[in-house]
Design a protein around this ligand. Structure first.
Ligand SMILES: [Zn+2]
Length: 300
């Protein structure tokens, strides 16, 4: 998944006030694009299995001038990353603004994670330039990751929205006939088969989100909820919690066509292979685990 990469790039989110050195990464975003240098590798040789896009992110030394507003983000192993909140920053040679969502297809994974996570913090900084209580311009707290209002002392913390990903399965007498519900969203250009998913509502526990979303999207009751893993999904300011559960009672799907294009039951051998190379998402991992291991997917 997106947060799973080499231990040499261990994520350390502890905030410390510091200034970037010439070799530190300084990320910059414009119109939801991340300043990136993209290199295409392979591809000319049909046997080359590793063709694709390799990305690098800008370091302080790459910029023609020093950014005016920079805050510390986090570190990945020995690498320190900062964020420039300087809208007039000139673009360094060889770099361009690339959609963070597009970067999901690129390597290396730790820099994809860095760009996605930094983009979430960049949105948070930009969307809280004024106090939501009194309207006064806000400031960055000097020694913590907080935005503060100097007028009314309001403190704003980074926005993280919980949500769930739900694999609903039906277990048969013969494990070869075990099935899983896959869904496809309506109105999206990249509509891969996915799992039931949705955001947690105010006052709702995660288990409640699971039961409500499954009922709303495909009209099923479920039982035997098992938490699997969670995943930060910075593209939508989300922390996703993945659950396995079994259909409880009637298994006829009643699809919510306002949200979904379609939904249906798949036996393991019917599951499309379109997710097998999806290394980033919890959805992809859960679908692939069920395809490979069936009811062993959620075992120890
Ligand atoms: Zn205020």
């Amino acid at each position: 998944m997106i947060q799973e990469f080499g231990a040499e790039y261990a994520y350390d989110n502890h905030f410390e006030p510091c200034e970037p050195g010439e070799k530190d990464y300084v990320l910059h975003f414009r119109d939801r694009g991340c300043l990136t240098r993209v290199t295409h590798v392979g591809g000319s040789d049909a046997d080359a299995g590793d063709s694709g896009e390799v990305i690098d992110l800008p370091r302080l030394a790459d910029y023609p001038r020093r950014p005016s507003r920079v805050t510390y983000l986090f570190s990945l192993g020995e690498e320190r990353l900062f964020l420039a909140l300087d809208d007039s920053l000139p673009v360094p040679a060889g770099f361009s603004y690339e959609s963070v969502n597009w970067l999901r297809h690129a390597e290396p994974q730790h820099l994809l994670f860095a760009a996605a996570t930094a983009s979430q913090l960049d949105r948070w900084y930009r969307e809280n330039r004024f106090c939501g209580r009194c309207g006064h311009p806000t400031e960055l707290a000097p020694s913590s990751r907080e935005i503060v209002c100097p007028e009314c002392a309001r403190i704003v913390y980074p926005k993280i929205c919980p949500g769930v990903i739900v694999a609903v399965v039906s277990l048969a007498d013969d494990p070869a006939d075990d099935r899983i519900v896959l869904t496809r969203y309506a109105g999206r250009t990249t509509a891969l088969w996915a799992l039931v998913a949705g955001f947690t509502e105010i006052g709702e526990p995660l288990e409640g989100t699971v039961r409500r979303e499954v009922m709303e999207e495909v009209g099923l009751s479920v039982k035997g909820l098992r938490f699997y893993k969670s995943q930060p999904w910075s593209f939508t300011d989300t922390l996703m919690a993945g659950f396995w559960c079994e259909v409880d009672g009637a298994d006829a799907l009643r699809v919510d066509h306002s949200e979904l294009k379609e939904a249906r039951w798949f036996r393991r051998d019917e599951i499309p292979l379109e997710r097998t190379s999806d290394r980033a998402s919890l959805t992809g991992e859960m679908i692939e685990r069920f395809r490979l291991y069936g009811r062993g997917a959620w075992g120890d």
